[in-house]
Design a protein around this ligand. Structure first.
Ligand SMILES: O=C(O)c1cc(C(=O)O)c2c(n1)C(=O)C(=O)c1cc(C(=O)O)[nH]c1-2
Length: 249
């Protein structure tokens, strides 16, 4: 029988396609992560990572707010708002953002310096801004698909907890609380996101667009680590970016 053109992939085939993108392109394969988790990063390389990753952390709830501002279905908004709460938390207990700043303090950085966002690498800023803009401007399906890198995040968070605890003095339950918490938060979010994408990508065109969105997001993550490597492992710090010694407690 001749192939019917433009038939969507089955749910199972499409999910396998999305997972294959992660297997090939997720940033757990980046050499900076091997260096970080293997205990080979200098204290300043760890600090540079904490400072730059702040850009990502601080923009995640903003991109989720941008997403929600476009959703007219209260049920979807109700599901999605948990993501903002996970990061912002309440006044008393805080959330992921406060836990990230606890990590900053543990590596010897002034949390106010980190939260001020000065010294972030230009490429990191461009990459993260591109993600926020993507979620604000692209179809909702593509925006949800872009969040599916979180399918692959629990594995890297577990590797990070194990690697940092084994190799760095600053690592303990308190400084790594951010990653511990994500181990339970992320799977719930991603189960919903994956089901949403598998259900709503009901044509081959939409499946292709969702796959492209996931690839775009893996590029957003990879580009940040390339920039970090170039600046701080290879010592090509761009003008205006954090210089070791700045922003310490
Ligand atoms: O440490 C990591 O490797 C990592 C990766 C990702 C990701 O895959 O985008 C997220 C996180 N962490 C994370 O902690 C997080 O809250 C998060 C939210 C999102 C998103 O796209 O909505 N990704 C990620």
């Amino acid at each position: 029988m001749k192939d019917v053109p433009n038939q969507p992939q089955s749910r199972e085939e499409f999910e396998a396609r999305l997972r294959a993108i992660g297997a090939e392109r997720y940033h757990d394969r980046h050499p900076f992560h091997a260096r970080l988790h293997g205990g080979e990063c200098s204290p300043d390389e760890v600090r540079a990572w904490v400072i730059n990753r702040w850009m990502y952390q601080s923009r995640i709830p903003m991109k989720d707010a941008a997403f929600m501002s476009r959703v007219d279905d209260p049920a979807l908004r109700r599901r999605w708002r948990k993501r903002i709460e996970d990061h912002d938390g309440g006044v008393e207990e805080g959330g992921g953002i406060r836990r990230w700043l606890a990590l900053a303090r543990a590596v010897g950085l002034d949390p106010d310096y980190v939260a001020g966002g000065t010294g972030i690498l230009p490429a990191t800023r461009f990459a993260v801004d591109a993600y926020v803009r993507f979620v604000r401007d692209m179809p909702l399906l593509d925006a949800v698909a872009a969040s599916l890198t979180e399918l692959f995040a629990p594995k890297i968070h577990a590797q990070r907890i194990e690697g940092l605890l084994a190799h760095y003095d600053f690592a303990d339950d308190r400084s790594l609380a951010y990653f511990k918490k994500r181990l339970t938060e992320a799977p719930e979010d991603v189960a919903f996101g994956l089901d949403y994408v598998l259900t709503h990508a009901d044509t081959l065109e939409k499946q292709d667009a969702a796959a492209r969105a996931l690839i775009f997001k893996t590029d957003v993550l990879w580009a940040q680590l390339d920039a970090l490597w170039h600046a701080y492992v290879q010592d090509n710090i761009p003008p205006g970016a954090w210089q070791p010694g700045e922003g310490l407690l």
